[in-house]
Design a protein around this ligand. Structure first.
Ligand code: ADP
Ligand code: TRP
Length: 321
């Protein structure tokens, strides 16, 4: 079974990325042949600073390795180290109906926010399809917001297979319902584009501040909160604390008498503890960048080998060779 996923180096990784995509992906490395990559080509649709891209790419590599991605079990690489993916994008593009892309939420959302769209942003699901199909991937672990893109991938693959004969494996998205959408500090989906994120790594003080700023309602502490399960801090606690601890705080909130400040403090402590081991691992890796670069290089050569095989198959089936 081939498992594949990618993440863009377009900013600092946050807790939503961790629970929605990184942790499920890291756990799946035990269950099959995993391919995980840093989607630097994708980041070009929205990030226009070369140094920032370079820095973010290294940061994503450090974050992933610190969080438990094991290069002995997974193939970990930079997307642009496998340029074959761009050639396959073209083969797929010519079979992708415009309407399919026009319906994509991520594009529509960015348009709605007034971002002036470039062709890359519009065509991005085709590059993503190529990322997935070029490794004969079976399973794609992602957060819910990426589900539509995996569906687009399936549609494109089916069309290619119908037009040119069996070429691609049809992939399945894998979404964990329990963490499908991690809420941000304002209660909306946590996303770097909404400025409501809690970083996985960073300094204690600003992170404590971020958590203390979680948006709550204005009900007084004494008032019982029958809707305690909807509270953002409770929802986040469920991710970083044991079930018993999270349940206990939820019950205290439900009963009344618990102030939001105390709840947030508890959340901070649990969150800080949850990532303690990864934090230590990350500082170790920061002092060993040669190792990190070597991991990416080795990953790229393994990924490229597989990509070349699939691209050759596609080229042959559509009559380029
Ligand atoms: P962002 O929304 O911050 O730009 P990305 O779109 O780069 O994040 O997402 C990278 C991965 O993390 C994707 O698989 C996405 O589904 C997942 N992800 C991002 N935000 C969340 C969230 N709030 N809850 C669950 N998963 C998320
Ligand atoms: N589009 C994904 C995101 O923004 C990243 C990505 C690119 C990806 N190619 C992929 C995820 C292939 C899964 C499979 O989060």
């Amino acid at each position: 079974m081939i498992i594949l996923s990618g993440i863009q180096p377009s900013g600092t990784l946050h807790v939503g990325n961790y629970f929605g995509m990184m942790r499920p992906a890291i756990e799946l490395q035990e269950q099959g042949e995993a391919y995980y990559f840093i989607a630097d080509y994708h980041s070009m649709t929205s990030l226009f600073d070369a140094n920032e891209r370079r820095k973010n790419t290294l940061d994503v590599a450090l974050d992933f390795l610190a969080c438990g991605l094991d290069p002995a079990k997974s193939v970990f690489f930079r997307q642009s180290d496998v340029p074959e993916v761009c050639e396959l994008t073209w083969l797929l593009s010519s079979l992708t109906p415009m309407g399919l892309l026009e319906r994509c939420h991520s594009y529509k959302d960015k348009m709605a926010k007034g971002l002036s769209p470039n062709h890359g942003l519009f065509a991005y699901p085709v590059l993503m399809a190529s990322d997935i199909l070029i490794y004969d991937s079976n399973i794609v672990p992602v957060g819910r917001d990426q589900k539509q893109h995996v569906e687009v991938t399936r549609d494109i693959a089916i069309k290619f297979n119908q037009t040119y004969g069996e070429t691609f494996v049809i992939p399945e998205p894998q979404i964990r319902d329990s963490v499908a959408v991690v809420p941000g500090t304002d209660g909306q989906k946590m996303s770097k584009s909404y400025g409501n994120t809690i970083d996985i790594f960073g300094d204690e003080k600003p992170l404590r501040k971020t958590i203390m700023r979680l948006v709550m309602d204005s009900r007084p502490p004494e008032e019982p909160k029958p809707d305690a399960d909807k509270n953002i801090a409770v929802q986040l606690l469920r991710l970083v604390a044991t079930e018993d601890v999270a349940k206990d705080w939820e019950e205290r909130l439900r009963a009344g008498g618990l102030g939001y400040g105390d709840l947030k403090k508890a959340l901070f402590e649990q969150y800080w503890e949850f990532f303690a081991e990864a934090r230590a691992k990350r500082s170790e890796l920061e002092n060993n960048l040669d190792h990190v670069n070597q991991v990416l290089k080795d990953g790229a050569s393994k990924a490229r080998e597989r990509a070349t095989t699939v691209l050759d198959r596609a080229r042959k089936n559509c009559g380029l060779v």
